[in-house]
Ligand binder design. Structure first.
Ligand code: ADP
Ligand code: ZN
Ligand code: MG
Length: 516
């Protein structure tokens, strides 16, 4: 299913998406209610104790840092912090959950009612399917949309089932299942968004920005592949103009941002095609199969679970006073929006450049050093280099900013060599490519390749005079009004200089010499 099909269906139909995002608080040293260490992988069932195994008589002790992390997340996302909150027991049976209930939060979560602004700038073509379903030609101008956050609460993670005996990792064909409780009881923060998201790209940007916020807060490594950030997507469609929400499906098992995007794109088209064919969407949980690139039904949600929530009797409710909340607020670090604003302001960059630079601390530091070296007047050309050629090289080679042969100092030299007319913009790209391979200094490359640009005015005046004298007839015609001949003269001067003349100077000299 191509992107175009999605764009097509979104003209008449509107998608409605709400995300539920579970984030393991991996930066904590210990689990949510016991002292067992938090780590990924390791030998099975080695990081367990009576509390996280749910043995009779074991009592939970809440992890203060986990609660702080959740409140910091809430403050960063403009949520209200509950003055009184408590944990509830959510009762259900699943073999990877040793207590047969999960300690979670119900009607009084720590954080309620926030929002996050998501920028859809620097867009791929698909973003042009804007919320109004209009294929705009100005898609690249982008837009910003505010996504409501319903709540953020804290709970404990489950263990992991390992299905064995059949084909690797599959339930189908497995002869039996084993369970690893190492992850059981790890602090898990759940964020629920309002159904404010309208396109798969908005969903992807929301999740990516949330990750950046959580990384800034240092609450989690947000590794989607290792499952420390897990995004479930609720999605429905409705005819444009209809107020009432359609029946939603919940899609699970996306372990990358691309998978989140692709799963939603598939699911939207599936629902629209189903409805257009006279069918109905059923409320169910669907599974994204990344290989087959499709969602398939996992279980129907017909019989709603009754979790029989009740207040966790082994823990007293929490009370947070204003002083506590303010102390937490003071601990907030610089967040992505503030970082973007600071970079845009400091270097006079467009929002898009500032956002991308702000998303990568290494890249930002690299850029800052290059500007420091070259001078603030080179801020924009340096941003173009860093976000263009340099990022392309870093992505292609999978290396961090400081891993390239191109250093901030070398990049500063390159933009200066262009600015002072030593080399052309095109030659600068060649110099860059050479440095990537050879680690030379820009001037070494310029010398070795015999690159130079003739910018000397008197030298170029002499050449222009020779060219004009040899083409008297064309000069005549030009002066008589045939302005298009300017290209002919520029071309002739370029031939005379083997392409090394500085075009700006040539144009300036020609303009003066040809004036009547
Ligand atoms: P449930 O009772 O099935 O858990 P909730 O109302 O708690 O549903 O919402 C769960 C998530 O689904 C939230 O992120 C919410 O924004 C989203 N959501 C709710 N209704 C719809 C809908 N009709 N279409 C798409 N998303 C929805
Ligand atoms: Zn434990
Ligand atoms: Mg719900």
């Amino acid at each position: 299913m191509g992107k175009d099909r999605l764009a097509e269906v979104l003209v008449e139909w509107e998608a409605v998406i709400g995300l539920e995002i579970h984030t393991e608080l991996t930066s904590l040293k210990t689990k949510m209610f016991c002292g067992c260490p938090v780590a990924f992988g390791g030998e099975v069932n080695t990081r367990v104790c009576p509390v996280c195994l749910g043995l009779p008589g074991a009592l939970p002790v809440p992890n203060e840092k986990a609660i702080e992390s959740t409140i910091l997340a809430g403050l960063a996302l403009h949520c209200g912090i509950a003055r009184d909150a408590q944990f509830h027991r959510k009762n259900y049976f699943y073999p990877d959950m040793p207590k047969d209930y999960q300690i979670s939060q119900y009607d009084v979560p720590f954080c309620i009612g926030g929002h996050m602004d998501v920028e859809l700038d620097g867009s791929p073509a698909e973003q042009r399917v804007v919320r109004e379903g209009v294929l705009s030609d100005e898609g690249d101008a982008g837009y910003t949309t505010r996504i409501g956050i319903t709540r953020i609460h804290l709970e404990e993670d489950t263990g992991k089932m390992i299905h064995v005996g059949g084909s690797e990792g599959r339930i189908a064909g497995a002869t039996h299942s084993l369970v690893d409780f190492n992850r059981a009881g790890t602090a898990l923060m759940e964020l629920v968004s309002e159904p404010d998201i309208r396109t798969p790209e908005e969903a992807r940007r929301f999740a990516q920005k949330l990750r950046l916020v959580f990384l800034s807060l240092a609450v989690s490594d947000c590794n989607m592949e290792e499952g420390s950030m897990r995004v479930d997507a609720n999605v429905s469609v409705r005819p444009r103009g209809q107020e009432e929400l359609g029946v939603k499906a919940e899609v699970k098992n996306m372990n990358s941002f691309k998978a989140l995007h692709d799963a939603l794109a598939f699911e939207i088209v599936r629902q629209v095609e189903l409805l257009e064919a006279g069918g109905t969407v059923v409320q169910e949980t669907r599974h994204w199969d990344v290989g087959a690139k499709r969602t398939s039904s996992l279980r129907s949600k017909e019989e709603a679970h009754d979790y029989r929530y009740f207040p966790e009797p082994d823990m007293v409710p929490f009370t947070f006073d204003d002083a506590y909340v303010e102390r937490m607020r003071e601990r907030l670090p610089e967040l992505p929006d503030a970082r973007k604003a600071r970079i845009a302001e400091r270097y006079g960059l467009p929002a898009h450049d500032a956002r991308i630079l702000g998303e990568d601390r290494d890249l930002e530091a690299f850029y800052a050093e290059a500007v420091e070296d070259a001078g603030i007047e080179f801020a924009k050309p340096l941003a173009n280099w860093v976000l263009g050629e340099l990022s392309a090289q870093l992505n292609a080679e999978g290396i961090p900013a400081w891993g390239s042969n191109v250093t901030p100092r070398k990049l500063a030299r390159i933009v200066q060599l262009v600015a002072d007319g030593t080399i052309s913009g095109k030659q600068a790209k060649e110099v860059f490519a050479e440095i990537v391979l050879t680690d030379e200094r820009p001037l070494q490359v310029v010398d070795r390749l015999g690159m130079k640009q003739v910018s000397d005015v008197s030298e170029l005046e002499a050449i222009v005079d020779r060219v004009l004298a040899a083409n008297a007839a064309q000069v005549e015609q030009y002066r008589a009004g045939k302005a298009g001949l300017i290209g002919f003269f520029v071309g002739a001067v370029m031939r005379e200089t083997q392409g090394q003349a500085n075009p700006a100077v040539v144009n300036e000299v020609l303009g003066r010499r040809l004036a009547p």
